[in-house]
Design a protein around this ligand. Structure first.
Ligand SMILES: Cn1cncc1C[C@H](NC(=O)CCN)C(=O)O
Ligand SMILES: [Zn+2]
Ligand SMILES: [Zn+2]
Length: 492
C-alpha cells in the first residue's frame, strides 16, 4: 500500500524495518527488569525501571523529571515509597500541537511456576511472537512510541508535533498517587497539551487493528472473616465451631450466579441502557465467536450474539473473584482451620454507576448474607480501590488521525471498540485536564495480558512503531486544518 505513502513516511517505515532488531533489543532490556508493582519486595525494581525509562527519554533529548509522589501504605501498615512518575517533554514549538503519551512500565506478577513456557523476564521469540511479562502490557507499546520518535530524530526529520510523556510505575496497583499529580500539573505540565494518547489495551481480533473509545472502571473489595486469635486443628476442634473459611465461601458464593449475573441488590440500577448509536457501532464490528474463544482460550461463552457479548464485556458490570488470603494454597492438605481468611473480588464499573453507592450496596448485602449464618466470627468488608469508567467522543478529531495512520500501515480501517479492562488514568485525564483522550491499542487479542503466556508479535510491535510514526504526521496535518478552520470562523 506504499502508493499513498509520502516520501517522509517511506523513509520512516524503511528505517523502522531496518532497525527492528535494535527495537527488539530495547524491549528485551526492559522486560528483563522485574518491575512488578504488586509485590512490595520488588518495589526497588520498579523504581529502577523508572530510571531506565527516564534515561532512554533523556537520550532522545527530552527534558525529563522523575516526580516523587510519596509513599504507599501497605495493608499491614508498613509504608514503602511509590515509584517516581516520569514527566518528560520534547519540543516546545508554539506552532505545533502537543501530544502527551501516557504509559506504564510496571507489570503484573509472574512466576515460572504459574505455568510459563518461557522465563517470564527473559524476552523469548517463538514463531514471530515475543513472550515475556510486560511485552504487550505495557512496555512494548511504550517502547513503540519511543522508537517512533527516535526514528524521526535519527533521520533528522523534524518532529511534526511537540511531545510530552507521563509514564508511571503503579498502573497495575491502581495508579496510586497519580490523580493528585495530574491535579497539581493541570495548569502547568498539561496546560499546552492538545491530545492525550494511551496504548494500554488490545485489539478485538488477531488480524484487524482497533481503536478503543471506552473502558470499564473497577471497584476492588476485600471481605475478611476472622475467628479466634490462632489457627485450629481441624480434628481437635472441627465439628463444633463456625469455621471462618466456610463463612467466607458462603459470602463469596452469594455474589454472582453461574450465568454471570451479579446478585447484589441495586447493582444494576444506574447502568445506562444500550443506545441506538452504540448498537450501530457493534454491528460494524467483524466478530468471529470461534476465533475469539480460541484467542482467549475458553470453550464456552455465556452469550451467542456479538451485541450481547460486547454489552457484557463493555457496558455492563461484571464481578470476578480473585483469591483468598490466609487459606493454605500450597499443594497438599494442611488439616487446619484458618483463623482469618480474606476473599478478594472486584466489580467492573460502567456509566453511570456510582462508586460510593456500589461500596454501600456491597457492604450492606454481605453483612445481610453473613447475619443469616448466625456465626460468631467477625466480618470486615472494605473497598481497596475504585476506578471510574471512561468513554470518549468517537467524533473526536484525533480518532480521525489515528484511522488514517492505521490505513497507511495496515491498509484497512480499524474496528471501533470498547474495552472491559480498566485504565484508571483515562477518566482522570478526561475529568481533570478536559483534554481529548485517544486509546490506540497495538497488541492483538491473543496477547494474553496478565496471563502466563503474555506476548506481543513482532509484526504488531514493529507495525505499531510505524503507526505511531504515521500518527504524528496525521495529527499535525489535522491540527493545522482545524486551526485554519477556527481562524476562518473567527475572521468571518
Ligand atoms: C490494578 N487494577 C485493579 N482493577 C483494575 C486495574 C487495572 C488493570 N488495568 C489493565 O490491566 C490495563 C491493561 N488493559 C485491570 O484492568 O485489571
Ligand atoms: Zn495490565
Ligand atoms: Zn496495562
Amino acid at each position: 500500500f506504499s502508493g499513498s505513502l509520502s516520501l517522509e513516511e517511506k523513509r520512516l517505515f524503511q528505517y523502522i524495518d531496518e532497525h527492528q532488531d535494535e527495537f527488539v533489543q530495547n524491549l528485551a532490556e526492559w522486560v528483563a527488569v522485574e518491575s512488578d508493582s504488586i509485590q512490595p519486595q520488588l518495589r526497588g525494581e520498579v523504581t529502577r525501571m523508572m530510571k531506565i525509562a527516564a534515561a532512554r527519554l533523556q537520550d532522545l533529548g527530552a527534558k525529563t523529571t522523575l516526580v516523587d509522589i510519596g509513599v504507599q501504605q501497605l495493608p499491614d501498615g508498613q509504608n514503602i515509597s511509590l515509584p517516581p512518575v516520569i514527566l518528560a517533554k520534547l519540543g516546545e514549538d508554539p506552532l505545533k500541537p502537543t501530544v502527551c503519551f501516557y504509559g506504564h512500565v510496571d507489570v503484573m506478577p509472574a512466576k515460572i511456576e504459574d505455568g510459563w513456557k518461557t522465563r517470564p523476564y527473559i524476552l523469548t521469540e517463538i514463531d514471530g511472537n515475543f513472550y515475556g511479562r510486560g511485552t504487550t502490557d505495557n512496555k512494548g507499546p511504550v517502547l513503540a512510541w519511543i522508537n517512533a520518535l527516535s526514528t524521526y530524530i535519527n533521520l533528522n526529520i523534524d518532529l511534526p508535533v511537540n511531545i510530552k510523556f507521563l509514564i508511571e510505575g503503579m498502573e497495575e496497583s491502581g495508579s496510586n498517587g497519580l490523580e493528585e499529580l495530574i491535579q497539581k500539573e493541570k495548569d502547568c505540565f498539561f496546560s499546552n497539551v492538545d491530545y492525550i494518547v494511551i496504548s494500554d489495551n488490545l485489539w478485538l481480533t488477531t488480524k484487524k487493528p482497533a481503536l478503543t473509545y471506552g473502558t470499564r472502571g473497577n471497584a476492588c473489595f476485600s471481605v475478611e472473616v476472622s475467628g479466634g486469635e490462632k489457627d485450629l486443628h481441624s480434628g481437635g476442634v472441627g465439628g463444633i465451631i463456625n469455621e471462618p473459611m466456610s463463612d467466607l465461601i458462603a459470602l463469596l458464593d452469594s455474589l454472582v450466579n453461574s450465568s454471570g449475573c451479579i446478585l447484589i441488590p441495586g447493582i444494576y440500577d444506574d447502568v445506562i441502557p444500550l443506545t441506538e448509536e452504540e448498537m450501530k457501532q457493534y454491528e460494524q464490528i467483524e466478530f468471529d465467536l470461534q476465533e475469539y474463544k480460541a484467542n482467549i482460550g475458553v470453550k464456552k461463552i455465556l452469550y451467542d450474539t456479538k451485541e450481547e457479548i460486547f454489552s457484557h464485556l463493555w457496558r455492563l458490570p461484571s464481578l470476578s473473584i480473585h483469591g483468598i488470603e490466609g487459606a493454605f494454597y500450597e499443594p497438599g492438605i494442611k488439616t487446619v482451620i484458618p483463623s482469618r481468611v480474606t476473599g478478594k473480588f472486584s466489580i467492573r464499573q460502567v456509566p453511570h454507576m456510582d462508586l460510593s453507592k456500589v461500596e454501600h450496596q456491597v457492604k450492606e448485602y454481605l453483612e445481610n448474607v453473613f447475619s443469616k449464618r448466625k456465626s460468631p466470627n467477625k466480618l470486615m468488608v472494605s473497598m481497596q480501590m475504585g476506578a471510574m469508567p471512561w468513554v470518549a467522543n468517537i467524533d473526536d478529531p484525533q480518532y480521525e488521525a489515528a484511522k488514517k495512520a492505521i490505513k497507511r500501515v495496515f491498509n484497512q480501517d480499524p474496528d471501533m471498540i470498547r474495552d472491559g479492562s480498566t485504565i484508571p488514568i483515562a477518566r482522570m485525564f478526561q475529568d481533570i485536564t478536559e483534554k481529548s483522550v485517544l486509546m490506540f491499542p497495538l497488541g492483538a487479542a491473543d496477547d494474553g495480558e496478565h496471563s502466563q503466556k503474555e506476548k506481543i508479535s513482532r509484526s504488531n510491535y514493529i507495525n505499531g512503531t510505524k503507526v505511531f510514526a504515521s500518527f504524528l504526521l496525521e495529527i499535525s496535518k489535522l491540527h493545522k486544518e482545524l486551526q485554519k478552520a477556527s481562524n476562518l470562523k473567527t475572521v468571518t
